[in-house]
Design a protein around this ligand. Structure first.
Ligand code: SAH
Length: 474
């Protein structure tokens, strides 16, 4: 058949297909005579029966109806609602296969989107850093509070791309204390008739519950995000009773409310009031103490963060005298982890509150060779560069570390990095597609990729972190 008509495959058509590949979002991919089917929740190696949801000329999205023959890589999802929740896309794939999928995803993006030779990329790739125990790894959870079909108050997760809440008593990638805390808050709300917030009407009080735990310190923080419009008095009816119940939980260190009266998808409100205990919890990372407030950015998987930073430090090749720039530094975790092995470290970050945290963190840890700048990396760096005395060798950066958000580095930032010509660049990335694009620019600008190491920060999801070491061509 030379030309396939649009009508060849249609909505609601049932097909049986073998899954031969995995898409970027973790979906199974099967082909029938060159026609591609994308099937969510199908695992590579499965033979499945599926129903077409949306048919295009050369491909279709189909719904998994039945696994006819299960793949050797398939396993029963540990969480009973993994499919509905959508937070974990890969729970029905063995962890071993998940790791190899992530390794390949990074490799293929660098080859295809970065335009690098496949054999070359294979020669610089190091094996992905996986987790020994890939469950209960998250130190932070944000549960929306609402009502279920029967009108009961529930905490849970928004069903993929919707606003309806699927109740979850115990999310398996979060800590065990989450359930205990949620049960206490919900029982209190039921007892005193405290209304959960309703997105449609903008009425009701309790919107979200944020829970954070310092894995090293064991300290726990609870922050109730409330649509509070009163003045003075209690934030929540029966506040003292609720606080007393929560304070009994082992490790409880800080209980606060975050006032958010806006009709918005943004979870947290900026007005935070501590109602019991301390304003922050403390955690230790790479031997340094960090103070974490409800609004602070802090990596969510501390076990893997330790390994990721360890890899970044190794790639930075520090001997104690280097000048290091850490761009997109957040609360300065990477900057400060590198400070004791460097001469001078500089951190750049766009959010003022994070810079304030970074400066406090430096002080609390007795670090004196760290300096932080608030602003856009693509503006702070060129400005600094223009002002620098290029004859003064002490100002020349030896290492630049970048850890940008998903959209990658701004081109002005990359250009200045090339002009500043550090010996090494360490690129920490949470999106291998933009990483690949930026690696092409750095490579064309005179840098050579030495090593690439993926790190699994978010087991059972399709997200993968990567650290890359580049060195300047002589
Ligand atoms: N390295 C840190 C944070 C990485 S997250 C850590 O490991 O914890 C990326 C950070 O980049 C966020 O803190 C975000 O606020 C910041 N950011 C986003 N755009 C930026 C820009 N244009 N310039 C500087 N920082 C930016």
């Amino acid at each position: 058949m030379s030309k396939r008509e649009d009508s060849q495959y249609q909505k609601d058509q049932m097909l049986t297909v073998e899954i031969t590949d995995i898409g970027n979002d973790g979906e199974g991919i099967g082909k029938i005579e060159g026609y591609t089917l994308f099937i969510k929740d199908a695992v590579i190696g499965d033979k499945v029966r599926c129903k077409i949801m949306k048919a295009k000329k050369n491909y279709a999205y189909a719904h998994l109806e039945e696994v006819v023959e299960a793949s050797a890589h398939r396993q029963l999802a540990k969480c009973p609602i993994a499919r509905q929740c959508g937070g974990c896309q890969l729970q029905n794939m063995t962890y071993e296969k998940e790791l190899s999928f992530k390794q390949n995803k990074v490799r293929n993006n660098i080859v295809r989107l970065g335009g690098f030779d496949g054999e070359f990329v294979d020669s610089v790739m190091e094996p992905i850093i996986g987790m020994e125990e890939p469950w209960r790894y998250r130190n932070k959870a944000q549960y929306p509070i609402g009502r279920d079909k029967n009108g009961r108050i529930v905490a849970g997760f928004y069903a993929g791309r919707t606003h309806s809440i699927i109740p979850v008593s115990d999310c398996l990638i979060g800590v065990e204390e989450n359930k205990e805390i949620l049960d206490i808050v919900i029982a209190h709300m039921e007892k005193l008739h405290v209304e959960p917030y309703d997105e449609a009407s903008g009425k009701g009080l309790v919107r979200h519950i944020l829970i954070r735990k310092g894995f090293d310190s064991g300290q726990i923080m609870v922050c109730l995000v409330i649509n509070y419009k009163g003045k003075g008095g209690e934030f929540i009816p029966g506040q003292q009773e609720l606080v007393d119940a929560l304070a009994k939980i082992s490790g409880m260190t800080s209980i606060s409310v975050s006032i958010n009266t806006e009709k918005t998808n943004v979870i947290m409100g900026y007005d935070i009031r501590t109602i019991w205990g301390r304003d922050t919890i403390t955690d230790t990372l790479k031997g340094l103490k960090f103070e974490i407030s409800p609004l602070s950015f802090y990596q969510v998987n501390p076990v893997q963060t330790d390994k990721l930073y360890g890899q970044a430090i190794e790639y930075a090749g520090l001997t104690g005298k280097e000048t290091v720039w850490d761009l997109y530094c957040g609360i300065g975790t990477i900057t400060l982890s590198m400070a004791k092995n460097a001469g001078q470290v500089y951190g750049v970050e766009i959010i003022q509150a994070a810079i304030d945290d970074a400066e406090n963190n430096a002080k609390n840890n007795g670090i004196e060779n760290a300096k932080f700048f608030c602003g856009k990396a693509e503006e702070v760096l060129p400005e600094y560069y223009e002002k620098t005395d290029r004859e003064d060798a002490s100002l020349h950066p030896d290492v630049i570390v970048v850890d940008p958000p998903r959209k990658g580095c701004d081109s002005a930032c990359l250009e200045t990095m090339l002009k500043m010509a550090p010996e090494r660049i360490v690129y920490v990335s949470c999106d291998s597609a933009t990483l690949a694009r930026d690696l092409r620019i750095l490579s064309d600008g005179g840098y050579v990729i030495q090593k690439v190491r993926p790190c699994d920060m978010f087991p059972h999801t399709v997200h993968v972190e990567t650290v890359v070491q580049l060195t300047r061509k002589e």
